[in-house]
Design a protein around this ligand. Structure first.
Ligand code: SF4
Length: 685
């Protein structure tokens, strides 16, 4: 600290924006953040950080920040004291349970919250309320990764440590725009390309990395499964498979081989729009590499058949023997939000307990019951879309939303708002009076990532510490404290008074986290899970001996390609794809309140110049975008990044109403929305 003013302090923490998990040093003076510096010894970022982590901390002192609880009285949200607010929440939840039983109450937890807070949310619902009605926002992004990777390999996480990318000689980057959405990872991928690795990008848009690609595949949105089968077809047809690996460590090859006979490059070209020659070239690059790597994003998961997409993509690594061996960097999802991996790891899921044990498994429940001292309900709870449907049907009497702006980020937001209005009692923990909080009966002012203690898990399964650099403003409290206080107000106890205690308790009921503790993370910086012993290093690279499936083998999937839920037609001739931009994070509630807004001040609708000519639109023009579900207003940006027939915008500016456009079409396995394919039309406003 000697280089700083004597009154300055520095706190090492983990970035609260994307899932890369950059280690940051937060510099404070007189109790306020003056700078955020990337940590040189950060295990993932190594001295780098992006515009979000470095500069987007102005939200902390925004005059719009919530500093007192709000209670709805006569239809209006008014300030109240904590005692009154806690008593009101306790009474509201108890009334719902008394009237409709425990399953008439639900909670939505958050990737923005720490592991310990997520652990407490699911414990609160299971122990205090007595229901499995708890879910988190991974439902809306990477739930198909959880389902797909578990089915293919056995565990719900990426297969390798990102450090191994630096030994890869071919990168297959699919449905991801890391240059903008995960900039530090984007830079590390690009550096590997500059060192000589070959690069295949599969994405409908000309994303940043595509400029450096040997081959850029541009499938029509919604045709991923056909594309991956086409690549697999070429691997098989040209003998680019690892036969010994397939014989010794995989299962399902005969069924897949039979299926792939229908996915010749010419047929796949018809289905996807990708020229057959490009498909063959990409397959040869991946199949001919010594150490190929697959990195993917939400362009794979957010589809009607997102889980099939993850599994079909995983097939490539299995066919090539590039997972669980030293001959490749497996299959690795880029997690969007800072702690979306951890929220699921901690069991904030309706069917899984901490560590991914099934609630339907009596032995798993018994382990949790031994630790918690109460019976755990055996029936899986509601997923987030099911919670909203239950609310609209009058079957949900109370909903607690911990730090998610579902009225901005979930699909078909008019339906979400109707669900909240139909639910008799809605509680929100929030930093700001978000779109969602406006529908709540009680709004509890919450602490941000700069103000709390705990841990996050990043995209390559690293636990890292989160430390408070500054106190929460006014009367705001951490979600951890709020959960504790509500449990107390209900006459119940949550049993682990500090975040360190919560992680330790989680390790007692989930063996994959048994070796983790705050003390250890304070000493070592980061530790990957699975980590079963306080003395073991954790498993950065998975499956080197056997896969975690019941038979110990990787499972090839033979799922046929099926079309997306919506297709363009004469009325709605364009396909809308939504995603992220470089300066903002999710609903933008933090990044829009500070300097980053000057970098990226409005949301644009990216439109190809051919379509601009066809529809008579010009750059900078205000337009109305309509889908079968709703209407949004945006500003056109004409260019070539988006393919003809497609448009793109972000979801960082809820006021534009982008998620009024998206549909409730969702992955058939996990209910993840199909954000990547919505048929729309565009007209001048
Ligand atoms: Fe790192 Fe992501 Fe934070 Fe940027 S937003 S500093 S890439 S963790």
């Amino acid at each position: 600290t000697s280089a700083f003013h004597p009154a300055e302090g520095r706190t090492r923490t983990t970035c609260g924006y994307c899932g890369v998990g950059c280690a940051l040093d937060v510099v404070t003076r007189d109790g306020e953040v003056t700078a955020v510096l990337p940590a040189r010894d950060g295990p993932v970022n190594r001295g780098h950080a992006c515009v979000k982590g470095r500069f987007s901390h102005g939200f902390r002192t925004s005059p719009e920040r919530l500093t007192r609880p709000l209670l709805r009285r006569d239809g209006v949200l008014e300030p109240a004291g904590w005692d009154e607010a806690l008593a009101h929440v306790a009474r509201g939840l108890r009334t719902a349970v008394d009237a409709g039983g425990p399953d008439s109450v639900a909670a939505i937890s958050s990737a923005r919250a720490t592991n310990e807070e997520n652990y407490l949310v699911q414990k609160f619902m299971r122990v205090v309320i007595g229901t499995n009605n708890v879910d988190n926002c991974s439902r809306l992004c990477h739930s198909p990764s959880a389902a797909g990777l578990t089915a293919s390999f056995g565990l719900s996480g990426g297969t390798d440590t990102f450090d191994d990318v630096e030994r890869a000689d071919c990168l297959l980057v699919v449905g991801a725009n890391p240059v903008e959405a995960h900039p530090v990872v984007g830079a590390r991928l690009l550096r590997q390309v500059l060192r000589g690795a070959r690069l295949v990008v599969a994405d409908p848009r000309a994303v940043g990395l595509a400029l450096h690609a040997d081959v850029h595949l541009r499938p029509r949105p919604g045709t991923n499964v056909a594309l991956f089968h086409g690549l697999a077809h070429v691997l098989l047809a040209e003998g680019l498979t690892d036969e010994e690996f397939l014989r010794e460590r995989a299962t399902g090859l005969p069924e897949l081989t039979e299926l792939l006979a229908d996915y010749s490059p010419d047929r796949v070209a018809d289905l996807t729009g990708v020229p057959a020659a490009d498909l063959v070239a990409a397959a040869r690059l991946y199949g001919g590499a010594g150490r190929p790597a697959i990195v993917y994003g939400l362009g794979v998961t957010e589809h009607l058949h997102g889980t099939d997409g993850v599994r079909s993509l995983s097939n490539l690594a299995v066919l090539r023997g590039a997972v669980g061996t030293d001959r490749g960097y497996g299959v690795n999802p880029l997690r969007g939000q800072n702690n979306v991996q951890g929220a699921s790891d901690m069991g904030a899921l309706p069917d899984l307990l901490p560590g991914y044990g099934k609630v339907t498994d009596a032995a798993v429940r018994s382990r949790a019951e031994d630790v918690w001292g109460v019976p755990v309900p055996a029936r899986p709870g509601l997923r987030i879309p099911g919670m909203f449907a239950a609310a609209r049907a009058g079957e949900l009497r109370a909903l607690w939303i911990v730090g998610e702006d579902v009225c901005a980020t979930d699909p078909d937001t008019d339906q979400v708002a109707r669900a909240l209005d139909a639910c008799p009692f809605v509680v929100c923990n929030e930093l700001f009076l978000s779109e969602t909080a406006r529908h709540a009966d009680v709004v509890l002012p919450a602490a941000s990532w700069l103000e709390k203690d705990g841990t996050f898990v990043n995209f390559d399964r690293r636990f890292q510490r989160v430390r408070p650099a500054v106190p929460p403003p006014g009367q705001a409290r951490t979600d951890f404290d709020i959960l504790w206080a509500v449990a107390e107000a209900m006459g119940a106890g949550l049993g682990c008074p500090t975040p360190a205690d919560a992680l330790a308790e989680c390790g007692r009921l989930a063996p994959v986290f048994a070796g983790l503790s705050h003390d250890r993370l304070d000493r070592e910086g980061s530790v990957p899970w699975p980590c079963r012993s306080p003395h073991g290093p954790g498993e950065a690279k998975l499956y080197t001996e056997r896969f975690a499936t019941p038979d110990g083998r990787a499972h090839l999937a033979a799922a046929p390609y099926l079309p997306p839920g919506e297709q363009p037609d004469d009325d709605y001739p364009l396909v809308l794809v939504t995603g992220r931009r470089w300066a903002h994070y999710n609903s933008g509630s933090m990044t829009r309140r500070g300097g980053n807004l000057t970098l990226d001040p409005v949301d644009f609708l990216d439109l190809h110049s051919d379509d601009a000519g066809r529809y008579g639109l010009r750059d900078g023009q205000d337009v109305t975008v309509e889908s079968r579900h709703g209407r949004a207003r945006l500003v056109v940006r004409v260019g070539e990044q988006t393919a003809p027939g497609q448009v793109f915008c972000s979801f960082h500016f809820p006021a534009s109403g982008v998620n009024r456009l998206t549909s409730d079409v969702a992955d058939t396995v996990t209910s993840c929305p199909e954000y990547k394919v919505t048929a729309v039309r565009v007209a001048a406003s």
